[in-house]
Design a protein around this ligand. Structure first.
Ligand code: FAD
Length: 482
């Protein structure tokens, strides 16, 4: 069989023990954070270098076998869902920080390095890596690049794409190439970030390091209801203040966090807002006074301030644990991710409430309020017949609401396998064809993470303007110029 033969050859180019075919061990990799999609991979490989990944990819090409990259498997859209007929390339053995260059404020790391490990490596020198997904203790920088991951502090500092200066990648046909922000011509680095493993595999990442701010102050404001919190968010941003982070949780999310980590948020709060300000001390002091005033004017009944790291960690504990915490109040749940314009937040949240009541499905709301990125947690009991389907329905209707209000089906968790069916709701066939022209330029044979992002994968020959089979650049041997 093709896969068996391929696996034998792959074993020949990797170190001993780097190929997994044992059915029990393969099951470890059958899903990512989106656990209701499961596929046991055909084989798993654990390479230690770009050259080894390139060798595996070249062999996959020779046999026409698809491959999927995987970092830590914390993705929430099924992006790292494997294929039974394919090879899963896991970067967990590529965890070296290769270079820290403080003078130029950059670090070069392997793709399996965790997000937080970068900050830990430079913290003592007064630097940090800014994008901070809540999963940062475990998720990898390779996964962050693939998903263009965000986090609480991305409102002020930007997403992963704003902090990646260069990438070394293995192209889908097995070449090792570099994409650099300074390259003239098209922004191929920008195209690659957020491509969810469909344009090749990241093997090295050069990240921007940020200087730790002089002062940081965190405020927790408790409101009777979510509308008051929303009003405060609009007034803060409308007033010209861009906080480092501005996060909101509703009553159900607060209850879950309380049950899980006893975060001690004010009793009786229908919503809490966490506002973090950072920068030069005088500016933070001035903005803080303004934020406090706005929160009180919007109806906050309790305000707590943290200036010390431990106090700040206490305020963040509830928010950072919110996704996992809902496991304490519900046997199963879907983490949704959608975006609405900030001004539409009150309307959309009211509609989510109505949907929840109509279908008898509880929804806890946690969101990056500053950029309108909602994370509704749709709770259900998987032992109850039909509950899973109702939860899926509510979850999908929430995305419809996001689109109707001019937003998006994903803010930071990606499209993956889960949301490809919603792509035609946002994009026309022509839009999707155009996007797939990019895909075809990198991956004419469609072997790199197929079945993700696009609902109807098209071969290159089916996209107008591109010849069937092999892209002209690849055919002429110039693919390395990508
Ligand atoms: C509790 C929790 C909280 C989270 N909070 C946030 C948050 O605040 N913000 C946010 O943006 N996300 C968040 N996430 C989602 C997730 O952590 C991110 O998407 C993260 O970037 C995934 O990294 P990973 O290493 O786990 O990637 P994986 O899940 O292994 O893979 C994700 C995608 O990246 C691709 N990929 C992985 N490595 C490579 C590589 N080297 N080259 C090419 N493609 C690759 C995979 O094929 C897949 O498509 C959260 C998840 C959980 C479980």
């Amino acid at each position: 069989m093709t896969l068996d033969e391929l696996v034998r050859r792959v074993a020949g180019v990797l170190p001993p023990g780097a190929v997994i075919t044992d059915p029990v061990r393969l099951r470890t990799y059958e899903c990512d954070g989106l656990t209701h999609h499961r596929v046991v991979p055909g084989a798993v490989v654990l390479p230690e270098s770009a050259e080894q990944i390139a060798a595996v990819v070249r062999l996959c090409n020779e046999y026409g076998v698809p491959f999927v990259a995987r970092g830590a498997g914390t993705g929430l859209s099924g992006g790292a869902l494997p294929r039974t007929d394919g090879v899963l390339i896991v970067t967990s053995k590529m965890r070296r920080i290769l270079q820290v260059d403080l003078e130029n404020r950059r670090a070069v790391v392997e793709p399996g390095v965790t997000n937080l490990a970068i900050t830990e490596a430079v913290r003592e020198h007064g630097y940090y890596y800014a994008p901070d997904p809540s999963s940062q203790q475990v998720c990898t920088i390779g996964g962050n690049v693939a998903e263009n991951s965000g986090g609480a502090h991305c409102l002020k500092y930007g997403f992963t794409v704003n902090h990646v200066l260069a990438l070394e990648i293995v192209t889908p046909d097995g070449d090792v190439v570099t994409l650099d922000a300074d390259d003239p011509g098209y922004d191929l680095l920008g195209a690659f970030v957020g491509s969810e493993g469909t344009l090749g595999i990241t093997t090295k990442v050069t990240v921007r390091l940020s200087r730790a701010p002089q002062a940081v102050t965190t405020l927790l404001a408790a409101f009777e209801n979510i509308e008051q919190g929303g009003q405060a968010v609009s007034a803060i941003i409308g007033g010209g203040i861009v906080p480092a982070a501005i996060e909101m949780m509703d009553a159900l999310a607060i209850a879950a966090a309380e049950a899980a980590v006893a975060c001690g948020y004010p009793a009786g709060a229908g919503a809490v807002l966490i506002v973090e300000l950072d920068g030069p001390e005088a500016e933070v002091r001035r903005q803080f006074a303004e934020v406090e005033r706005v929160c009180r004017d919007s109806g906050a009944f309790e305000l707590r301030t943290a200036a010390e790291p431990e106090e700040r960690a206490a305020i963040w504990r509830g928010r950072k644990s919110a996704f996992a915490a809902v496991g304490r109040i519900s046997p199963a749940y879907i983490v949704q991710d959608g975006v609405v314009p900030r001004t539409a937040l009150p309307q959309v949240l009211a509609s989510i409430d109505r949907l929840s009541a109509e279908h008898g499905i509880r929804v806890a709301n946690v969101f990056h309020a500053g950029d309108g990125n909602l994370h509704p947690l749709v709770l259900f009991d998987d032992a109850e017949p039909g509950a899973g389907e109702r939860a899926e329905l509510v979850s999908g209707r929430i995305l419809d609401l996001c689109i109707e209000h001019g937003g998006s089906i994903t803010g930071e968790h990606g499209v993956g396998v889960d949301k490809s069916r919603y792509m035609p709701k946002m994009f026309t066939d022509d839009d999707l064809d155009t996007m797939q022209l990019v895909r075809c330029a990198f991956d004419p044979r469609g072997l790199s993470n197929p079945g993700k992002v696009f609902p109807t994968p098209r071969l290159c020959g089916e996209v107008p303007g591109v010849r069937k089979g092999v892209h002209p650049l690849v055919e002429s041997g110039r693919a390395e110029q990508f």
